[in-house]
Design a protein around this ligand. Structure first.
Ligand SMILES: [Cu+2]
Length: 473
């Protein structure tokens, strides 16, 4: 189709449609709320509401909540879509796209029944839009470019207006050149608090939220690859990777809620140590009480939101992470063969004569990688890292720590440091007599249907050789 005809068709379409999300007039622009920017990647304290209906604010992990202004009973927010620099972990910065200085954008918190007006200014080099994921709203406010509205052109500001009709956990993200804009980090969290006491929404002492997001950033580079479909290498919470993700610090016996939204392209089984939780809310709102059961892992599928709740009744430092083990690692080469048990004695030296940089990896497992002092390209985070009180945690990516302390004051979200295990409550080395060699059964026919034609296969167990530390750094 030739360009002029397409333009004419589009103009006709636009004219015949009532556009709910409309470009702001010159007069309205003069009254735009001052945009608030935040560039720090550390967790900001909860934003106690100064106007509008009161509520218990959430804490956004490594993020913040966007302030608003009240204008004739309407809560007005101003989001700026723009390129940002995000420190994903100390020593590793990425060129992303986000909102108001950060990726993800600020959390938006409102109360059920609030009239909301959101100004969206586009400072990206291409058009954008915002879809308010999970909300009940007029179709024209749903933010799908081409379907509900024209894209917001570079340099323009559009306005979205709707009433936050149901309480719950929501997200926002572009619905315009979506694969690029989500791969670049454009997304944010949204919480609608209940207007009054709700039979299915408990009052909690701590309310945390974060988004699961993923990037494909080559080691040593700064900008995500935007054409990646599944093979991402940076698995992050709110565009941070362990050890850059802040801990969740709570007081003993607090009722804790954690809200998680998944804007990656795969599912994440989110796992908490030391406690059982219940899923008290999903994308569709609070779950009925009869549907709740205790779990220690909940799978958050693509595009889903889950809110889990538990009583933090066990003091200590508890791992909290995605249970896909490659999601608790940072960027790595995927083409490394399994070399556990392969004897490299003498081999590395011979190969090094031909390939001077040759390095043996993974002969005893990959744990050594965490402590390996190998040179990394600039702006790269080690694959597995994070120094705990007893050595390397050997984790990266989607990993954090729930810290439960009896002396953590209510409202205090500061890091209490490492837990001191009380005497006699920590795993220790056995110093008694060693086990004799276990006798092994040689008989066949143990199974219900033994294989009759099997010949014996000789495979030798390779025990770690203490005399040989074959790691040529
Ligand atoms: Cu995961």
């Amino acid at each position: 189709m030739e360009l002029s005809r397409r333009k004419a068709l589009f103009a006709g379409f636009a004219a015949s449609t009532t556009l709910a999300a409309t470009a702001v007039s010159r007069v309205a622009l003069a009254r735009l709320p001052e945009p608030v920017l935040q560039t720090s990647p550390t967790t900001q304290p909860p934003l106690t509401p100064e106007s509008g209906r009161p509520y218990n604010p959430v804490v956004t992990l490594n993020g913040w909540t966007l302030p608003w202004r009240m204008n004739n009973g309407v809560k007005e927010f101003h989001l700026i879509a723009e390129p940002v620099v995000r420190e994903m972990a100390p020593g590793f910065k990425a060129h992303l796209w986000g909102y108001n200085g950060q990726s993800p954008g600020p959390t938006i918190e409102v109360v059920e029944g609030d009239k909301v007006r959101i100004f969206v200014t586009n400072r990206l080099p291409e058009h954008t839009s915002i879809h308010w994921h999970g909300q009940r709203l007029p179709s024209g406010m749903d933010g799908v470019t081409g379907l509900n509205q024209p894209g917001i052109p570079s340099g323009k500001t559009f306005v979205y207006e709707f009433t936050a009709r149901r309480p719950g956990t929501f997200m926002y993200h572009p619905h315009a050149d979506e694969m690029t804009q989500m791969a670049m980090g454009m997304m944010g969290f949204w919480v609608t608090h209940p207007r009054k006491k709700h039979p299915l929404i408990a009052e909690v002492d701590r309310d945390f939220c974060f988004l699961l997001n993923a990037y494909d950033i080559d080691p040593g580079s700064y900008t995500p690859k935007i054409m990646t479909m599944l093979d991402f290498n940076i698995w992050s919470w709110n565009s941070r990777v362990f050890p850059g993700i802040d801990s969740l610090n709570v007081r003993l016996n607090d009722r804790v809620r954690i809200r998680v939204g998944n804007l990656t392209m795969t599912n994440h089984p989110i796992h908490l140590h030391g406690h059982e939780f219940e899923v008290t809310g999903t994308d569709g709102g609070p779950t009925p009480k009869q549907s709740r059961w205790p779990e220690v892992t909940t799978d958050v599928a693509v595009g889903q939101m889950r809110q889990v709740e538990f009583i933090a009744s066990e003091e200590g430092d508890w791992a909290f992470h995605c249970h896909k083990s490659h999601h608790t690692m940072n960027a790595m080469g995927h083409a490394v063969p399994t070399l556990i048990g392969v004897d490299h004695t003498g081999l590395a030296g011979r190969i090094k004569r031909v390939i001077p940089d040759y390095m043996v990896m993974g002969e005893r497992g990959m744990a050594d990688m965490a402590e390996m002092e190998m040179p990394l390209p600039e702006n790269t985070i080690p694959m597995m890292t994070g120094e705990g009180p007893y050595g390397s945690v050997e984790m990266g990516g989607m990993f954090s720590v729930l810290k439960v302390r009896n002396n953590q004051k209510s409202g205090d979200y500061s890091n209490p440091g490492w837990y001191k295990q009380p005497r006699g409550t920590q795993a220790f080395e056995w110093k008694g007599p060693q086990l004799p060699t276990a006798p092994r059964s040689k008989s066949s026919g143990q199974g219900a249907m033994p294989r009759s034609d099997a010949t014996e296969v000789e495979v030798q167990v390779r025990k770690p050789n203490k005399a040989h530390h074959g790691h040529q750094h």
